[in-house]
Design a protein around this ligand. Structure first.
Ligand code: GCW
Length: 679
């Protein structure tokens, strides 16, 4: 009996030990420790950046044991900025950072089984920047992975622990490994306190940790800081005292952080202060800051996310407001433009400011955090959405004038080129809340480095590195799940060009019925879908708001014409009758039903796919992803039921009988506040 007991305990112990030994909490991201082979490294120079490059090679070498690798720092014409050239056993670059990026690429290629001979790689954008919407009290606006890694709300909020520094170091390393070279540490809804001495001291310490990895520090600033913390009576950008105040503040920052990157500014947008409060323009505000930053090579990223409660169609406002200023901004000002003209919806056409501005530097802003795409609960790989935007043709200089080419300087000269991604990072052990949300951080970096890369390649690379599994039985189905996941979300949330029918405020679940007389119309759902007995959709053609006119020809005409408008944007640009004939031969109402149904079915397939690959995934990540997929499936059902039952009140048509019936009642969905987030 005693023998049996001991054996049982031993078996249980071994089982538990094995499980926990294999369990993976995801903290190491795509940089999991390898068992390296020995390698000899020749490097003529020593520096903090090169020391890291050497250490990474030693810790991760998976090539021929005892090989010799030369890190060669000397100008090569074909190499641009921090690019690099990889040859058999040599990494060449013009800069130390180029060497570091080359080393990461070399190791990545070894780990994913790719060849290494003669690879020249230059970054698409000079500045590849994360935007943290982190508040100084530690909360993160639209953050779903825990509190800020930089700020916390305690009495001793400005003290820094060794744990903080370790985390920042890991963060910097992860960014450097995918080519990200800048970070904005605080929310664009900026507290003026960030520019006070105590906070700047902390910023300096963060910057010191990030620097050896080539990650530059930037700050979001509040336009009325001269009043709020400077004691001035005005923040008018043309006032000499205000100019002096910014000049001195910038001087103070550069004394602490000599390689400080610059400012990000949200001005006169959603209640934030800006130059218009003083009768001045975006140009006056941005140029004033740019002049003060210029001596230090700092830049101003001035956001174009502006709209006001006017009668003009909201999606047209940024273009109308900024286009008249084309050519008037200083060369160290870059206008930061969200990928679409509205606000990070699951699908939007590209913003017409891309291709619209002709003599102004413009940079894309992408949202890595999933504000409108299921938070860190839904598995949605965002790279295909960004690829769709970057590859969109603006036609500014004829066919082929893609958003990518327009923003990376290859179509028109801009001294600074940049791209920003709103970070999805927090204190959660796995950084991003969902294990697959890490792929979005990864993909942002990889696309920022090379805006021509395919999302499928990036997904495959990420899977191999993150799950340490290259078998096709794992890679193929999971990659295909990732690649379909964004379209699935569009299908179950807002297909065929529908947009912004989210629950108010939290932007998570469905609320197509949302309307509120007390709120401005463009903060309600009914403003966007305009469903009525006749049909559904927002008429932005020439007979409606004429938003199509903001695009270049031939795209403008293509969008304007119902026959040629791509169906993915149909209800974005047109209000159409319920029985409008779609390309599939179905009427619009039926097509809508099919899309919602398809979205739900796609998530059910994702569940099966994930269960199928269980043998290839460690138990912790397997069960965490499995459980989130269950929730995603329940949510997709909610979306489908809410939207179909609500729109059916207007269409007055049956749901095609071969489609599965709703399982919720519309009344329940409408009357149970936040039914969507509680499930
Ligand atoms: O998408 C909206 C968000 C706000 C955000 C704003 C912006 C930081 O709902 O939370 O504020 O955009 O981009 O400024």
């Amino acid at each position: 009996m005693k023998w049996i007991k001991t054996t049982l305990v031993t078996v249980i112990f071994i089982k538990v030990f094995c499980l926990s030994a294999k369990a993976d909490d995801g903290h190491q991201l795509w940089l999991k420790k390898q068992n390296p082979f020995p390698v000899n490294i020749i490097c003529a120079k020593k520096s903090p950046v090169l020391d890291i490059a050497i250490k990474e090679l030693k810790d991760g070498w998976n090539g021929t044991p005892d090989a010799t690798v030369t890190l060669q720092l000397k100008p090569v014409k074909s190499i641009k900025d921090d690019g690099f050239l990889l040859e058999n056993s040599r990494v060449s670059a013009n800069s130390e950072l180029g060497i570091l990026y080359g080393v990461y690429e070399l190791l990545r290629r070894q780990a994913t089984g790719q060849t290494v001979n003669h690879i020249l790689s230059n970054p698409s954008y000079r500045q590849r920047i994360l935007n943290h919407w982190d508040n100084l009290n530690g909360t993160v606006e639209r953050g779903y992975a825990g509190h800020s890694i930089f700020w916390r709300n305690e009495k001793d909020s400005l003290t820094i622990t060794p744990g903080d520094k370790t985390l920042w170091n890991e963060y910097a390393r992860a960014n450097a490994s995918i080519g990200i070279n800048g970070t904005v540490l605080n929310n664009v809804n900026a507290s003026p306190l960030i520019l006070t001495a105590g906070y700047l001291k902390k910023v300096k310490i963060i910057a010191d940790v990030l620097r050896p990895y080539g990650v530059k520090t930037y700050l979001s600033v509040n336009f009325s800081s001269p009043v709020k913390i400077g004691g001035l009576k005005t923040a008018d950008p043309l006032d000499p005292d205000v100019k002096r105040w910014w000049k001195e503040k910038i001087q103070e920052i550069y004394k602490l952080i000599p390689d400080f990157g610059g400012f990000l500014v949200k001005a006169n947008s959603e209640g934030q202060p800006g130059p218009q409060d003083f009768g001045r323009t975006h140009v006056d505000g941005a140029n004033m800051m740019a002049d003060a930053l210029k001596p230090y090579h700092g830049i101003v990223m001035w956001r174009a996310f502006v709209y006001s409660p006017s009668d003009q169609d909201r999606v047209m406002q940024a273009y109308s407001e900024f286009l008249p200023f084309d050519g008037q901004f200083r060369e160290n000002v870059i206008i930061q433009v969200k990928n679409g003209p509205l606000d990070f919806q699951p699908r939007e056409p590209f913003s017409p400011l891309f291709g619209g501005m002709k003599k102004t530097a413009v940079m894309p802003e992408l949202q890595i955090t999933q504000e409108y795409l299921g938070r860190s609960i839904h598995l949605v790989y965002l790279s295909p959405m960004w690829e769709e935007c970057l590859k969109s043709d603006t036609y500014q200089k004829g066919p082929g004038s893609t958003v990518a080419k327009y923003t990376d300087g290859s179509m028109q000269y801009q001294k600074y080129t940049a791209i920003a991604g709103v970070a999805n990072i927090g204190l959660d052990t796995n950084w991003c809340g969902h294990h697959f949300a890490q792929s979005n951080w990864y993909a942002f970096g990889r696309l920022a480095w090379n805006n021509n890369r395919s999302s499928a390649d990036i997904a495959e690379e990420w899977l191999k590195l993150t799950f340490h599994e290259s078998k096709s039985e794992f890679i193929n189905p999971v990659k295909s799940m990732m690649m379909n996941s964004r379209e699935a979300a569009v299908n179950y949330m807002m297909p065929l060009g529908l947009h912004h029918i989210f629950a108010e405020g939290h932007h998570y679940g469905p609320s197509p019925w949302f309307s509120d007389q007390k709120l401005r119309a463009d903060w309600t759902s009914v403003y966007y879908h305009k469903a009525d007995a006749k049909g559904i959709g927002f008429n932005r053609s020439a007979t409606g708001s004429n938003a199509v006119s903001q695009y270049h020809e031939p795209f403008s005409t293509q969008l304007n014409n119902i026959e040629t408008c791509p169906e993915i944007y149909l209800l974005w640009f047109h209000h159409l009758p319920w029985d409008y004939k779609m390309k599939s031969g179905r009427i619009l109402w039926d097509e809508l039903c099919y899309h919602y149904n398809q979205g739900l079915n796609q998530v059910r397939e994702f569940q099966k796919t994930w269960d199928l690959v269980q043998p290839y995934v460690d138990p912790q990540r397997f069960s965490e992803v499995q459980s989130k997929l269950r929730r995603q499936c329940r949510d997709a059902q909610l979306w489908k039921d809410a939207c179909l039952l609500y729109f059916q009140q207007f269409s007055q048509r049956p749901i095609p009988f071969e489609i599965e019936r709703p399982v919720h009642d519309l009344k329940y969905l409408i009357n149970t506040p936040a039914a969507d987030i509680r499930h």
